[in-house]
Ligand binder design. Structure first.
Ligand SMILES: *Cc1c(COP(=O)(O)O)cnc(C)c1O
Length: 514
């Protein structure tokens, strides 16, 4: 079966190496003298140190060569548009093309964020309405669209919690602890630490859920808040969620919802109703922006009413006459967390996605995501060497975490080896070694967009890999074999003395070795 997939492998130089002096990729039409004069006068407005003196060192390559170059590179890459991409926690769902088309409409794409609000009423209305919708979906009173990622949303949310303790409870200096479960995404403790908090790690109980006794012990007068995702990172719903949020509230803290796992519960339950005070959602996971490779994202943050005054400026407001405007007059605000209003193109995609699906559609998407994850969990846990740790009888939500511990003990083949071997089947690897509470973790999130046939193919691939591990472990350990790039040295690939990140670095390294 793995023989059916072979990735293209081009010995492709970087585009600068294909450059030929004197070649032009594109001959622009002559510039209207009036426009040239205008550009000239714009140029003269720039301070001299900001003006370019030397010509740009761009590659000189015919258009055809450029197109081939990038097509070849894309053939050595992998994407959701090529096959199954069960990267746990990342929600690599298929993003409908219509959302791309809408985001590219000239009326949106050619806007400038510096335009007078009176000239961008449609864009402001779109953002205002999207805020309402995200508030409705999450059960929050007000939303900001500014943060550009989940982690950025977390940081913003934690700053809002800090501001609440500064301006409302006045206990800012006493409440310096943020409670975070040991199964949390690494960004949670990172965001809390960046905002100046001491992180108190909460152990999970033997079901993989929040340990209520440990929480009662941890929560107290030093608690600023608790950061939690639900369903949690092993894909199980925290059944005691109201008790959890109650314990933190009784201790005087607030509760933050890491909404990266919202894909499991849209239109079914709302974090606001579970007792959360602040949430972020990842538009680039749940709401239809393609991601990977660090492209633009958005991590809107929603809050309950008592935190609304602290949201970043500007707030998008609707005036009495129905027009939209930007309100900077918010003296209690934490300030800005992003240039202008956030990543607008991402907001358009989310708007189009929610608009197309509606309440019923979002609910259906979540139901299918949950069904797919349970289908995979049910089949994969039966494969030799794999097991489903924690809350064995609880249904999985959007994802399942499989342990390859037994496989490793019996064959020496690790979760990492399994992940690499999956690439030979034309499947992207699941997330591995996360959450930390599961040994040899394979975190699988099929999302709602995979068909049953795709899931069966994925399950069959894991079955074959298990058989290989017991009969020919070296085959698995030396994988991948059918990809453009073989097994990487994980150390070298991530080490600053060997990692070459740019053409300039490459040239400098080349000079040194000559
Ligand atoms: C992805 C993710 C985050 C961080 O989101 P980014 O947009 O990648 O910054 C936080 N928590 C969980 C559970 C996640 O899966």
């Amino acid at each position: 079966m793995s023989g059916t997939f072979h990735q293209a492998s081009w010995n492709e130089p970087v585009i600068f190496e294909k450059s030929v002096e004197g070649v032009r990729s594109h001959v622009p039409p002559p510039v209207d003298p009036k426009i040239r004069d205008l550009l000239g006068s714009v140029d003269s407005l720039l301070p001299s140190e900001a003006r370019r003196s030397a010509p740009l060192n761009l590659p000189r390559t015919p258009e055809m060569q450029i197109v081939r170059h990038f097509t070849r590179l894309s053939q050595m890459n992998y994407s959701v548009t090529l096959g199954t991409y069960p990267l746990g926690s990342c929600t690599m769902k298929y993003n409908p093309l219509v959302d791309e088309i809408v985001a590219g409409m000239p009326g949106f794409a050619w806007l400038h964020p510096g335009q007078d609000p009176r000239t961008v009423q449609g864009a402001l209305e779109l953002m205002w309405e999207l805020e309402q919708w995200i508030g409705e979906i999450t059960g929050m009173d007000e939303v900001t669209l500014q943060p550009s990622a989940g982690a950025h949303g977390e940081f913003t949310g934690v700053m809002l919690i800090r501001e609440y303790h500064r301006q409302v409870t006045g206990e800012w200096d006493k409440r310096h602890e943020m409670i975070i479960p040991d199964a949390a995404h690494g960004t949670n403790p990172a965001s809390a630490t960046m905002a100046g908090y001491k992180v108190v790690v909460l152990p999970s109980n033997d079901e993989g859920l929040v340990d209520l006794d440990a929480l009662k012990e941890a929560a107290g007068p030093a608690t600023a808040g608790l950061m939690l995702t639900n369903p949690n990172t092993i894909g199980v719903f925290e059944k005691n969620i109201e008790e959890i949020t109650g314990i933190v509230h009784d201790a005087g803290g607030l509760v933050y919802y890491d909404g990266a796992n919202l894909n499991a519960i849209m239109g079914i339950v709302r974090p606001g109703d579970m007792g959360f005070d602040v949430v972020h959602v990842n538009l680039h996971k749940t709401f239809s922006t393609p991601h990977g490779g660090g492209g633009p994202g958005a991590g809107p943050v929603g809050v309950k009413r008592e935190l609304a005054d602290f949201l970043p400026v500007p707030r998008i407001v609707r005036r009495g006459d129905g027009s939209f405007d930007l309100d900077y007059d918010r003296p209690k605000s934490i300030g800005k967390v992003h240039g202008f209003y956030g990543n607008f193109g991402v907001l358009i995609r989310a708007y189009a996605y929610i608009y197309a699906l509606g309440h019923e559609g979002l609910r259906r998407a979540s139901e299918l995501a949950v069904l797919n994850a349970n289908y995979v969990a049910h089949h994969v846990k039966q494969i030799r060497g794999f097991s489903l740790p924690f809350s064995k009888d609880a249904p999985r939500m959007h994802e399942c975490v499989i342990s390859a511990k037994q496989l490793k003990e019996e064959t020496g083949v690790t979760a990492m080896n399994v992940a690499k071997r999956l690439l030979d089947f034309g499947v992207h690897a699941p997330t591995v070694y996360f959450p930390l509470i599961v040994e040899e973790a394979l975190m699988i999130e099929p999302t709602e967009s995979e068909s049953k046939e795709d899931l069966d193919r994925f399950i069959a691939a894991l079955k074959q890999i298990s058989e290989e591990a017991y009969t020919n472990p070296e085959l698995v350990k030396s994988a991948p074999h059918n990809t453009a790039v073989g097994l990487l040295d994980e150390y070298k690939a991530a080490h600053p003395t060997t990692l070459t990140l740019s053409w300039r670095m490459y040239q400098q390294r080349l000079k040194k070795t000559q």
